[in-house]
Design a protein around this ligand. Structure first.
Ligand code: NAX
Ligand code: K
Length: 504
């Protein structure tokens, strides 16, 4: 699924109006009908509704929804924020239509807000994608009033006060339980900082013209949904043998952090790598050999940490480096030599921190290296960012500048690559917030890279499977009990859901 900016959505609406063709007010009718149907399907027609409308087209949606819910037998009160100027044309049409339904309308002109009866559901149709400045004065007071009412809020299109394409940090914004949005994701919905406002997001089909997306391919961020993942997944044939799936080298672990190496190794193996060698310090050999029988080991000369590169490096087609390697000086000094090997590379955890301490190393990354930082590691590498939007833009810029793939880990992990707009992931859950999840991801991506996926596709597929397997593991876990090892355990379910033919 594509993710669009406010401007792109406006263009798409206009394209549909011109090319379907459909009158703008009829498109609004479709949007409102989709919302009313969603509410009906939810089994919420026995509730009473307080519908808060601005005087733009978002308010127009609200008026149409009020009419449709009233026609379905709900008790409705409409509250209109009165600015003294006329509403948009479609707002005015819907106001007239509402008058015919005898729905009570309250005009809000000062802070004397009517208390919302307990149990009423609030429909928030104050502002949509036309928001052009932070809320202030009476509007901000109204939103505070709605947020503090204790009533469930359903926002139409986007929570009022939330910008579609830039940060709304520190602003007054509606806190919705559900956001009913139209056709596609908006950029604001994939930013972790906005999670507190959007609640559960529902994308409702209002039949916008498909040609617009075709004509502007490449201009949008992409959400990596199942269809897309199936299109990049490489099916195995009956004639496959282990030589087809690469020989990965993982450089991982140090004294006290061998678990990271074990998890990365197991995840790499479960991702389908043909052969895996783990290079680790002497102290880790018994741990790896007893825990992970399928992995071969390459033994460093140091007892406690990695300080050297295996001799016969040519036999490995990819390297994953970082999980649990620590920050000993000799390990730090080794990193430039690893970069000089010019192998396809996945860099994570302490290896990222080592680069952050010596940023000149960024210039030496082999082309298409995959970096997998979480936001703090990213900030150490590329400088602090005031918000998620700026961090995302920095990731795009850094990926182009250093010709690398950046996997910025988070609620909707963002993947940036040179020449691509950027991809957001939509699998995963809060149960993954346990140390070790990242080591598992590094293992998965290294395993996929060894199987000759492109760097970007290895990252996209790896991140998707990582989250999906964690989602599958939730069937037998709570967020609290879910462990990174469970993600590995359920990787087969993740793979199977991609491999299994879809029943139409
Ligand atoms: N035909 C279309 O284009 C469709 C539009 N739809 C709805 O239309 C919405 C966009 O409508 P509009 O472009 O009219 O925009 P909005 O309804 O979001 O609001 C725009 C109005 O609010 C004012 N405003 C913006 N920020 C303000 C602030 N902070 N304080 C006070 N006033 C502020 C603007 O000056 C403008 O008058 C979408 O979010 C969606 O809900 C849907 O009906 C689907 C079809
Ligand atoms: K809204």
């Amino acid at each position: 699924m594509q993710i669009l900016s406010a401007e792109q959505i406006r263009e798409w609406d206009a394209y549909t109006i011109a090319h379907e063709p459909v009158a703008s007010v009829d498109l609004m009718e479709r949007a409102a009908e989709a919302c009313a149907e969603w509410i009906e399907k939810k089994g919420w027609l026995h509730f009473d509704y307080s519908v808060y409308c601005g005087k733009g087209n978002n308010g127009g949606d609200g008026l149409a929804i009020a009419r449709m819910l009233s026609q379905r037998g709900c008790k409705i009160t409409v509250h209109i924020l009165e600015f003294g100027h006329k509403g948009t044309d479609d707002f005015q049409v819907n106001l007239e239509r509402l008058h015919e339904c005898n729905v009570p309308i309250v005009f809000i002109q000062d802070n004397g807000f009517h208390p919302t009866p307990k149990g009423n559901i609030i429909i928030d149709a104050l502002f949509g994608s036309g928001l052009n400045r932070p809320l202030e004065g009476i509007v901000a007071d109204l939103v505070d009033f709605m947020n503090n009412s204790g009533n469930k809020i359903v926002s139409i299109d986007i929570p009022s006060g939330l910008f579609t394409d830039k940060s709304s940090k520190g602003n007054t914004v509606v806190k919705a339980a559900h956001t009913l949005s139209f056709q596609v994701y908006k950029t604001a919905f994939v930013m972790a900082e906005n999670g507190q406002y959007t609640g559960q997001i529902e994308i409702l089909d209002i039949g916008l013209h498909k040609d617009y997306l075709e004509q502007h391919k490449g201009a949008f961020f992409q959400m990596t949904d199942e269809t897309f993942i199936r299109s990049i997944y490489k099916k195995r044939t009956s004639f496959s043998h282990k030589g087809n799936f690469g020989h990965a080298l993982l450089m991982a672990g140090s004294y006290g952090k061998m678990g990271a190496a074990v998890m990365a190794a197991k995840a790499c193996l479960r991702s389908g790598v043909g052969l895996l060698t783990v290079h680790l310090p002497k102290c880790g050999v018994d741990i790896m050999q007893t825990s992970t029988h399928e992995a071969m080991v390459s033994i460093d000369k140091d007892e406690h940490c990695i300080i050297s590169i295996p001799d016969d490096i040519s036999k490995y087609n990819v390297i994953g480096v970082g999980p649990g390697i620590g920050l000993e000086n000799e390990t730090k000094s080794l990193l430039p030599a690893i970069l000089q090997l010019k192998k396809p590379l996945v860099i994570d955890a302490d290896a990222l921190n080592i680069i952050a301490e010596n940023k000149a190393l960024l210039q030496q990354l082999p082309a298409q290296t995959i970096l997998t930082p979480h936001p703090k590691e990213f900030d150490r590498l590329f400088g602090e960012s005031p918000n998620d939007f700026v961090r995302m833009e920095k990731a795009q810029h850094a990926a182009s500048k250093h010709n690398c793939v950046i996997v910025l880990k988070g609620h909707n992990t963002f993947m940036a690559a040179p020449g691509a707009k950027g991809f957001f992931n939509n699998t995963g859950n809060p149960g993954m917030a346990t140390g070790g999840s990242g080591d598992v991801l590094t293992g998965i991506i290294t395993g996929l890279l060894a199987q000759k996926y492109s760097a970007l596709n290895a990252a996209i597929l790896g991140v998707y499977l990582h989250g999906l397997s964690a989602d599958m593991a939730l069937q037998f876990n709570s967020f609290e009990t879910l462990l990174p090892s469970d993600i590995i355990k359920y990787l087969y379910r993740g793979f199977k859901s991609i491999i299994t033919e879809k029943k139409e």
